[in-house]
Design a protein around this ligand. Sequence first.
Ligand code: ADP
Length: 185
Amino acid sequence: MRVTIDQTDLELVQGDITHQTTDAIVNAANSSLLGGGGVDGAIHRAGGPSILAECQRIGGCPTGKACITGAGYLAARYVIHAVGPLYHGDGDREQVAALLSSAYHHSLVLAAQHGVRSIAFPSISTGAYGYPVNAAAEVALTTVIAYMRQHTDIELVRFVLFDAGTFAVYRQVLERLMATDAPPQ
Ligand code: ADP
């Protein structure tokens, strides 16, 4: 699925983020930046040891923020390591939503600072970190659309959803947002 937000493109695809040829791909990292499972494990396996070596030099990244490294053997030029929140249940829903939104926003700002024109995101926090996909998709897409309405520096944002269920939820949420969220006149 592809929609145009002002002059920029927002795409949803089902696939593996390590195969993307966008200028940057985003990793769902943890704050140690020292590697984990899921998408993080896949990126370090496919990209080789230089990414972890750079992460070690950076030394960590707080939740809600993002850090940037090269991309080793991957086709992308950069890996942006975004740290989403661990989902603890419904108690601190607004706080975790703000942290998730911040992880996406910081990734986009960092990408733009490095001249990135195209970027691919995974579904941050919805794997090991347990964020419900429907709520996470709403935060992710709302944050990215708000950025795209305000900036034209990044021409393509692509969400690469690993499994059919996550892809279907993102598509449903994007369709709803596009139907209700008319562009400003
Ligand atoms: P988190 O710890 O932020 O929850 P995970 O890596 O556990 O991160 O999961 C985030 C999402 O990334 C999940 O939807 C998971 O299925 C997905 N994922 C796992 N491997 C890949 C991959 N190679 N490409 C894209 N998405 C992936």
